[in-house]
Ligand binder design. Sequence first.
Ligand SMILES: Nc1ncnc2c1ncn2[C@@H]1O[C@H](COP(=O)(O)OP(=O)(O)OP(=O)(O)O)[C@@H](O)[C@H]1O
Ligand SMILES: [Mg+2]
Length: 413
Amino acid sequence: MCITEDTFIEDERRIMASNVRNIFTPHTPINNEDLFKGRTSEVQQILSTLNTPGQHLLLYGDRGVGKSSLAIIASHKIVNIANKKLKIKRCSKTDSFISIMEEALEACGVDLTLISKTKTSGISIKGFGLENSNSYEGYLNKANSPSWVCEKIKDENILLLIDEFDSIKSQEDKHKIAELIKLLSDSHSVFKIFIVGIAESAEELTVGHPSVQRCLKEIKLSKMLQREILEIINAGGDKLHINFTRDAKFRIFRLSSGYPHFTHLICLKASEEAIINEKAVIDIDDVNNAIEKSISDCENSLRQAYDDVFKSSSTIKTYRKILYAIALCWDEFIRAENIRLIYNLIFDESITNQKLNQYLSKIVSNSNDKILRRLAKGVYRFSDPRMSSYIRLVQSDMYSEKEEMIYKQIKSN
Ligand SMILES: Nc1ncnc2c1ncn2[C@@H]1O[C@H](COP(=O)(O)OP(=O)(O)OP(=O)(O)O)[C@@H](O)[C@H]1O
Ligand SMILES: [Mg+2]
């Protein structure tokens, strides 16, 4: 065995022993209340909505903003308070109304899995005769009907959490969920539905079904506040007995752009290095050193969208500056005048509106197929809002201490 392999194994051994990968978890939602930070008012809203007769819930927000973590933690609380059973369904593109409801129906005593078995084998199972198996087959069609499903589940004290709602491909199946929510609400059911998805989910649920709006409370999950991001860093640091210096924490906060996914990612990489080197303090240089490793763990879709900007461009330098200025805009609605202001403050040079527009025209579109989406004249949004963090990471060579001042200026505007 060569020395580098030995070193690697020893490093991994130390990392495993520290438990750091269960404390900073960029790739999995939080399901431990100890590590769940902030979101106090959102948890309260969720609890009161789901404890109100006739009310169901939709939680929506950007990718990686913390929807699943909040939904899981809040659901566990509600289950304890209201003595409910919790069923969690994480959807994928192949899911249908039946497959989404399958486990919940099973918890209510309707076993749909028996149907498919009898269907394919054509023989009775579990001692049921042919007559019985036919009646089971009948369930499959019935389970496609929201009113039939409502009748079967309405008296069960269950909370059904449907995550990744946006992955469901069929619009018809989404409408059936909306219909079911309305029916449950009308029948004063104790069965509650909690849907988690991206922004478009609300529209998809209610289009063609406006009456569902009355019984479906929508909560938008925003980016995390500075205080909340710092709480995540402090809590992880305390568990690991590692101290992040003040400068290190603020650097991580800026790099995260309000997305806890990036906070966890950078903290994890910096902490792993500290654990390997037996350091008890993480300072700003350690954070900067962790950036490279964090980038290599970022999602390919972000990398691709970013690289596309430079594919056919001969003015890489200016595009890098413009992208960096956009990434510092913080707001959801990025205005051309703010881009110019920040460009000027960071790089000590001005850019005319006309020149900026020329550059933007190649990277903006009205849909999500370019890095920026046009919302209105002179107002943009990153197609993937996490892009602001990604740009800060890959272009960290552009970091300037002036960012603190710019951040304050933008927040006070
Ligand atoms: N309140 C919180 N406290 C601490 N960490 C959090 C919190 N919310 C989210 N995180 C962390 O942020 C990351 C993203 O969270 P989560 O998976 O819940 O987001 P999401 O919005 O469901 O993402 P996606 O859109 O990819 O499904 C996770 O790694 C999780 O560990
Ligand atoms: Mg999620």
